[in-house]
Design a protein around this ligand. Structure first.
Ligand SMILES: O=C(O)c1cc(=O)[nH]c(=O)n1[C@@H]1O[C@H](COP(=O)(O)O)[C@@H](O)[C@H]1O
Length: 283
């Protein structure tokens, strides 16, 4: 199978830079006229899939919003993953996993193996127990042609208290070290267009890359960027942050697109508009 990074690069060539988040928040379910139940997650997920998959390089289900419904919620995710695999629609499972290495192996088995019911194309990871604690997931992704997105500079304002620490030291800020580790990870793999170890950098980080002396031009993988739309970053803000690495950026929008539901045609129109907005700003 083609490595994840190359599959994502091809999907972005074909369908553009948009990733639509599948975030069935209770308030959105209500706004769609649905009750807060696992069956509603199925209706919600199906509508987003059918409306948005043609206009998005990937879909990113927010796992927490499925876990709220226990095993019935996870069953909806399993169904989504099976359908997407059949249709070759790329999935980023937004599970933000991170634990000590021995436990991390179990998370890797769950999300990145080829025989687990929750195994899918890629998963988000938190490196804040140490980047190397992610090793089992990084190795599983490489072995199974799957991908990871490692949190580097998150879109929330609180992230700074951890991610910006150390900026005046020789090693640079924590986020800078995470980015260097992800770059090295991709350097050790074989791929054509992009490596399969991605980063998460929020569209809302403003001047942080400059302030932390981070140069993303050396980074050789995909950059998942949330924060566009509902969190306030415009397409212009986003491409100002990512000047020079535009082609690597997979831009997530969840509520910004999902608020157009519940009709499939309206979701499709919202996804097309978001994609057009991004493509125009990217130039
Ligand atoms: O990993 C993520 O996707 C993520 C990282 C981050 O720094 N900020 C962030 O908002 N996210 C996720 O991206 C989605 C953003 O949703 P909207 O703000 O509705 O577009 C949510 O599912 C968040 O959990």
């Amino acid at each position: 199978m083609i490595p994840f990074g190359d599959r994502l690069a091809a999907a972005m060539d074909e369908r553009g830079p948009l990733c639509v988040g599948i975030d069935p928040h209770p308030k959105l379910l209500q706004a769609w006229g649905l009750e807060d139940s696992a069956e509603s997650l199925r209706t919600f997920t199906t509508a987003v899939y059918e409306g948005c998959a043609p206009y998005a390089a990937a879909l990113k289900p927010q796992v927490a919003l499925f876990e709220r419904h226990g095993s019935a919620g996870l069953a909806v995710l399993e169904e989504l993953f099976a359908r997407a695999a059949e249709d070759r629609v790329l999935i980023v499972a937004d599970a933000k996993r991170g634990d000590i290495g021995s436990t991390m192996k179990a998370y890797a088995d769950a999300w990145l193996s080829t025989c687990s019911p929750l195994g899918t194309d890629s998963v988000t990871l938190s490196p804040y127990l140490g980047f190397e604690s992610l090793r089992p997931a990084l190795d599983a992704a490489a072995a199974n042609q799957r991908g990871t997105f490692v949190l580097a500079l998150t879109s929330n304002p609180e992230g700074k208290s951890v991610q910006h620490v150390g900026k005046t030291e020789d090693t640079g800020a924590v986020a800078k070290q995470i980015i260097a580790a992800a770059t090295a990870e991709n350097t050790a793999q074989t791929w054509e267009r992009m490596g399969s170890c991605g980063l998460v950098v929020g569209a809302t980080v403003g001047e942080a890359l400059h302030d932390l002396a981070i140069d993303l031009s050396a980074f050789n993988g995909p950059i998942l960027s949330p924060g566009y739309g509902a969190q306030g970053a415009s397409a212009k803000d986003l491409y100002r942050v990512f000047a020079g690495v535009e082609s690597q950026v997979l831009v997530n929008s969840s509520r910004g697109v999902l608020s157009a539901g519940p009709q499939v045609a309206d979701l499709a129109q919202a996804a097309q508009m978001a994609r057009a907005d991004l493509v125009a700003a990217r130039g």
